[in-house]
Ligand binder design. Structure first.
Ligand code: HEM
Ligand SMILES: *[C@@H]1O[C@H](CO)[C@@H](O)[C@H](O)[C@H]1NC(C)=O
Ligand SMILES: *[C@@H]1O[C@H](CO)[C@@H](O)[C@H](O)[C@H]1NC(C)=O
Ligand SMILES: CC(=O)N[C@H]1CO[C@H](CO)[C@@H](O)[C@@H]1O
Length: 472
């Protein structure tokens, strides 16, 4: 009797659990026409901490290929999202007037840090106003000499080379690059990697990205983290002070250009500077780790690139016009951003009306992301997408250009595309002038580049060690 009773309870509980799981994971009726990536491999991938980029290549792309679909449903954080895997379909929604960035969870401390009055989070008229000012300020900053001077500083630290943790140098270099050019302020990340500002930044980011709070942002409401909030606020205050000092001491930097616009408030200046600072260095640091890794891995590519840059600029400092004569260097940078793009997917977009994307109608309010990683690895548009092959960009135009979207698509694509590309061109060309390098035998990146887990849609290679030899 007791046993049957227990048995009944167990049965009821399992039924309840099964129903809950079923409800939690079932596809809303208005999305059932879209092919859905099998859920259990996805959940297993999340639980095992697999990075997005592996998940895309291992689960999402093979499924899409088999289903012959460029629009699929992916289960993310308890919700079905539409992933668009192709640039043509991507354009349809990324350029659509009714589309906006989906509101991100209010509680997330990331937004306490970046604020809401900036070009990254704003919408509508406010975005237009900010975009105009920030874009113009970015275009006026063409800091080739600044990049070159920081690259020289990096080489001074590297000395004659040897085995070096290159990914650490790229972070320090890009942090100082965004500091000196955008903020007109030297964070001295290269000189003092343990300096107070850099340390504070890393602490704030580590606290913000604590996994439980990323996966369950409302925890911030139930288990508020007073100390972390204070840390974030103190860091934001640093930026405000920096702006105040900049007012007294204008320079050749983005902040100074922004100040020329009377119609921006103090808070708006501050939030734009923070968001540019945040968008401006980890991404490019990841790109620089990747491209130098590939050049070390493929010595023939490195040798050919060195011949090209020595032909064009010899031992001179790089200048803008040099880069127009370096198609191979540009192809290498593009190919390594294709192969291991720092940004995997865009911020989800939504619309208040149904949208036609590819052959599917997406109902209003459904979150849609452009999956850049998938687009950059589509075998139809790229041929052998798993091969590192810079020459693909030099061969006849085969539509490759329209699928090369590491900076996103449409009006909200990265406004700093040129900034970042020149930063990479300067660093890589100067590195080629001075060093020859290889990837050590015991690298953890044998086979494929391992990217670290990062909560903010970035997949960046970590612990990239390189053996440099000087002179080349
Ligand atoms: C390799 C380097 C970089 C990559 C791969 C990259 C990628 C991207 C992508 C994909 C977006 C669009 C996101 C979306 O639509 O949801 C974006 C936006 C943005 N990026 Fe970058 N980025 C890079 C470097 C930079 C740098 C150096 C800066 C600043 C100096 C920057 C500032 C921004 C800003 C402000 C936006 C928001 C634009 C808007 O919403 O209107 N990025 N970036
Ligand atoms: C790959 O690209 C082709 C051509 O642009 C497109 O037809 C196809 O749907 C894409 N595949 C995926 C999985 O998105
Ligand atoms: C970026 O640089 C290229 C030359 O490399 C130039 O043609 C293009 O107009 C620039 N784009 C912007 C938005 O400044
Ligand atoms: C929106 C989204 O799925 N972003 C993912 C990008 O990649 C990182 C790291 O793999 C994931 O944590 C994000 O969830």
């Amino acid at each position: 009797m007791g046993l049957t009773y227990l048995h009944d309870i167990a049965l009821t509980l399992s039924l309840l659990l099964a129903t809950a799981v079923y409800r939690w994971t079932s596809v809303p009726p208005d999305l059932r026409h879209i092919p859905k990536v099998p859920i259990w491999p996805l959940i297993w991938s999340y639980l095992s901490g697999e990075v997005e980029e592996r998940r895309i290549k291992r689960i999402i792309l093979p499924f899409a290929r088999k289903a012959d679909a460029d629009v699929v449903l992916v289960f993310v954080l308890g919700q079905w999202m539409v992933h668009v895997l192709d640039a043509k379909a991507g354009k349809q929604f990324m350029e659509h007037r009714a589309v906006r960035k989906q509101k991100q969870p209010e509680e997330m401390l990331l937004w306490r840090l970046t604020g809401r009055h900036n070009v990254f989070t704003a919408e509508g008229e406010m975005w237009k106003r900010h975009a105009k000012i920030v874009h113009e300020a970015l275009y006026r900053t063409t800091p080739i000499e600044q990049f070159a001077s920081l690259a020289r500083k990096t080489f001074a630290l590297m000395g004659n080379g040897g085995r070096i943790r290159w990914s650490d140098y790229t972070h320090r270099f890009t942090l100082d690059a965004v500091g000196t050019t955008v903020m007109g302020y030297d964070f001295e990340a290269l000189d003092k990697p343990e300096g107070p500002f850099v340390k504070q930044y890393h602490e704030v980011m580590a606290a913000i990205s604590s996994p439980p709070y990323i996966f369950l942002p409302s925890l911030e409401r139930w288990l508020p983290r007073r100390r972390v909030r204070q840390m974030v606020d103190a860091f934001v205050e640093e930026f405000r002070l920096l702006l105040e000092r900049k007012k007294q001491d204008p320079g050749n930097d983005m902040i100074t250009y922004m100040f020329e616009h009377p119609d921006m408030t103090e808070v708006e200046f501050r939030d734009n500077v923070i968001v540019t600072f945040m968008g401006g260095h980890d991404t490019t640091a990841g790109a620089l780790s990747t491209v130098v890794f590939f050049l070390g891995h493929y010595s023939d590519v490195q040798a050919r690139a060195r011949r090209e840059i020595l032909d064009v600029m010899g031992q001179e400092e790089p200048r803008m016009e040099h880069f127009a004569k370096m198609p191979y260097l540009n192809a290498i940078i593009r190919e390594s951003m294709r192969y291991n793009n720092p940004s995997n997917v865009t911020i989800p977009r939504v619309a208040d009306m149904p949208l036609q994307v590819g052959e599917y109608v997406i109902p209003p309010q459904t979150p849609i992301v452009l999956n850049m990683c998938a687009t950059l690895h589509n075998h139809t548009s790229w041929g052998d997408a798993d091969r590192f092959d810079p020459d693909r960009f030099l061969r006849s135009k085969t539509g490759d250009d329209s699928s090369w979207i590491p900076f996103g698509l449409g009006p909200r694509q990265c406004p700093a595309r040129n900034f970042s590309l020149y930063e990479q061109r300067v660093m890589v060309s100067m590195l080629l002038q001075r060093y020859r390098w290889t990837v050590p035998e015991d690298t953890i990146h044998r086979g494929y580049i391992r990217n670290a887990f990062s909560p903010f849609a970035l997949s960046l290679p970590y612990d990239v060690e390189i053996v440099f030899e000087s002179p080349p």
